[in-house]
Design a protein around this ligand. Structure first.
Ligand SMILES: [Zn+2]
Length: 297
């Protein structure tokens, strides 16, 4: 009996033992509650340092196009984190009024801000994870990225940390002494919920857990709780790896045939395979609003 019990535990742990890396979008120098923008950035970096991990930072130029922004990027570079391209203006490529020509120019426009950093690599992430509202726009940008030697910086685990952070910031703007424990709990549960969802979806579609890239943002929520998030995943048996290692997984070479194109690469592959019951957009604040309202967050 005891042997069977131990075997079951071993089996459960093996099933859940996925690997994940931190990929963070949209570094910025915005003014937010609790910390200065410099302190906020420092808190994110020191947690990554504590976790002994190298993340990937996807840079949208418009948010760091200043002396302070350039300094922020230098600090990330000095710590050895991978630096990727996230366009200059952070436009929504699935907007039918936005042309491939305008968008591709915007991809190149951010390069002067990042290309001289030691840890810059030609790896590209679409803002909002939107990669084309028509087959023609999707295929043009794919060819453009390839001819400019860019790799895809896909997300495997999409989530809405930005929405939780927005609400946390609004609460603190109203009351700087508000108790914020509930935001931490909500955040950890939300991320774990999305992680298990995308991991199970991946196992169905590609038959295995890929090396995951979780999408989070450079915000107050992560200045406060990034370390707790990683510890939460580790407590479930998941293993933190460097972003560069994660991006070597063959899933990042995939080009799913879906229109509109985008979302998590796992979601898009499921969609391509006729996946039923996939919501669209895959992630958004609208799915979290009611739950957070109920909890008074
Ligand atoms: Zn972004």
């Amino acid at each position: 009996m005891r042997v069977i019990f131990i075997l079951i535990i071993l089996f459960v742990n093996t099933v859940n033992a996925a690997e994940f890396a931190i990929t963070m979008d949209d570094p910025n120098t915005f003014s937010k509650p609790l910390f200065s923008s410099e302190e906020r950035n420092q808190k994110i970096l020191s947690q990554l340092n504590f976790l002994n991990t190298k993340a990937a930072l996807f840079v949208s130029g418009v948010r760091v196009n200043s002396d302070e922004g350039v300094n922020l990027l230098k600090n990330w570079d000095r710590e050895g984190h991978l630096i990727g391209n996230h366009t200059f203006s952070h436009m929504y490529y699935n907007n039918s009024k936005l042309s491939f020509e305008e968008y591709s120019a915007d991809i190149m426009k951010v390069e002067p801000l990042i290309k001289n950093l030691d840890n810059f690599e030609k790896i590209f992430r679409f803002p909002y994870l939107k990669s084309g509202n028509s087959k023609s726009k999707r295929d043009k940008v794919r060819s453009f990225l390839k001819s400019n030697k860019y790799k895809y910086g896909y997300v495997t685990i999409d989530a809405s940390d930005w929405y939780i952070s927005d609400r946390l910031e609004k609460r603190l703007e109203k009351n700087p002494k508000a108790n914020i424990d509930g935001y931490r709990t909500y955040y950890l549960n939300h991320m774990w919920n999305r992680a298990t969802y995308y991991d199970e979806l991946a196992q169905k579609v590609i038959g295995r857990s890929p090396k995951h890239t979780i999408l989070i943002h450079h915000n107050l929520l992560n200045a406060l709780f990034l370390k707790d998030l990683v510890k939460h995943f580790e407590s479930k048996g998941w293993k933190l790896i460097d972003a560069k290692e994660a991006f070597n997984d063959p899933i990042f070479l995939q080009e799913p045939n879906t229109v509109p194109s985008g979302e998590s690469i796992v979601w898009a592959l499921a969609k391509e395979n006729g996946g039923q019951g996939l919501r669209y957009p895959a992630e958004d604040g609208q799915y979290e609003k009611e739950k957070m309202d109920k909890l008074g967050l």
